[in-house]
Design a protein. Structure first.
Length: 270
C-alpha cells in the first residue's frame, strides 16, 4: 500500500498512518516490546479521533512497531510512580479503559495484527478490536494476578465477549502465557498465520472490507455490538431505521446494479 499520510510519531507514543482507506495505529516502543507508558495510553483516544475525522477511512489496523511485537502491556517500570497510591492506580485504570473504549467506539471495523507478545493491557487492546489475526509467533496472557493487580472490570467484559467463562478464569487465575494455537482454540483470536504471512493476510482482509458497502458495515457493527453488550435487549426500531438508511442509499442501488451486471461494485458510503 502506498502511504499517503502519516502523523508524526512523538517519541515512543503510538501514532497513526493512513494508507488510502486504511488507517493504522502503530504502538511505538519496540525496544520495550511496545509496552505502553501512561502517556502512550492517554494518546490512543486522540488517535482514534484523528481517524474518525479523516474522511473516507474504511478500516483501522492496530499493530506494533518493529515487526516482532504487538504489545507487552503496560510499562511496569513506571508503576511505582504512576500507581503509587489507590487513587493514582484508579486514575491509571481509567486511562486504560478510555483507550479500550476509544477503539471500540470507532464506527469502522478494527483489526488487531498480532505478533510476539500480546500481554496484559496489550491483550486488552486486541480484545477491543473487532477482529484479531495472529502470527504463530504470538503469545497471550494477563499476568495481573502475578503483580497483585485487579484487571479492570471493563476489560474483563471484553475478555468474556471473546472466550468462555471458564477460559476467562483460567487466563486470569493462572497468569499463564498461551500460544497462538491455544488462543485460537479459546477464541481469543479469529485466525492464525505463519509469521511471514501476517502482513499479507491482514492487507487482504482489509481490502475485502474496503470493497464492501461502508453504511452496511457500520449498521452491522453498531447492532452487533449493542446486541452483545445488552444480551439481546436493544431498541430494535432504532436499528431498523439505520437499516432503512442502507436501503435508501446510493450504495444499495450500486450494489444491485453491479450484481446484475456481474462486476465489482464501487461503493461510496452514501
Amino acid at each position: 500500500m502506498a502511504e499517503s499520510e502519516q502523523s508524526q510519531a512523538n517519541g515512543t507514543n503510538p501514532f497513526v498512518k493512513i494508507n488510502g482507506r486504511i488507517a493504522e495505529i502503530v504502538l511505538n516502543a519496540p525496544e520495550r516490546r511496545n509496552a505502553l507508558s501512561l502517556a502512550a495510553w492517554a494518546r490512543i483516544p486522540d488517535l482514534t479521533d484523528q481517524i474518525a475525522a479523516a474522511g473516507d477511512i474504511r478500516v483501522c489496523v492496530l499493530k506494533g512497531a518493529g515487526n516482532k511485537c504487538f504489545c507487552a502491556g503496560a510499562d511496569i517500570s513506571e508503576f511505582e510512580a504512576t500507581r503509587a497510591t489507590p487513587s493514582a492506580a484508579m486514575h491509571y485504570d481509567e486511562i486504560n479503559v478510555a483507550a479500550f473504549k476509544a477503539l471500540k467506539s470507532l464506527p469502522i471495523p478494527t483489526v488487531a495484527a498480532i505478533e510476539g507478545p500480546c500481554l496484559g493491557g496489550g491483550l486488552g487492546l486486541a480484545l477491543s478490536c473487532d477482529l484479531r489475526i495472529a502470527s504463530k509467533s504470538a503469545f497471550f496472557g494477563i499476568p495481573a494476578a502475578k503483580l497483585g493487580l485487579a484487571y479492570p472490570p471493563d476489560a474483563l467484559t471484553d475478555l468474556l465477549s471473546a472466550v468462555s467463562t471458564s477460559n476467562a478464569k483460567r487466563i486470569i487465575y493462572t497468569g499463564d502465557r498461551f500460544t497462538s494455537e491455544e488462543a485460537l482454540t479459546m477464541c481469543l483470536v479469529d485466525e492464525i498465520t505463519e509469521p511471514e504471512d501476517l502482513s499479507g493476510r491482514v492487507e487482504t482482509l482489509c481490502a475485502t472490507i474496503c470493497s464492501n458497502a461502508p453504511l452496511s458495515i457500520a449498521a452491522a457493527k453498531r447492532a452487533i455490538d449493542e446486541i452483545s453488550e445488552q444480551s439481546g435487549h436493544i431498541e430494535l426500531e432504532q436499528h431498523r431505521l439505520v437499516a432503512q438508511l442502507c436501503i435508501e442509499s446510493s450504495d444499495y442501488r450500486e450494489g444491485c446494479r453491479a450484481f446484475l451486471e456481474k462486476r465489482k461494485p464501487d461503493f461510496k458510503g452514501s
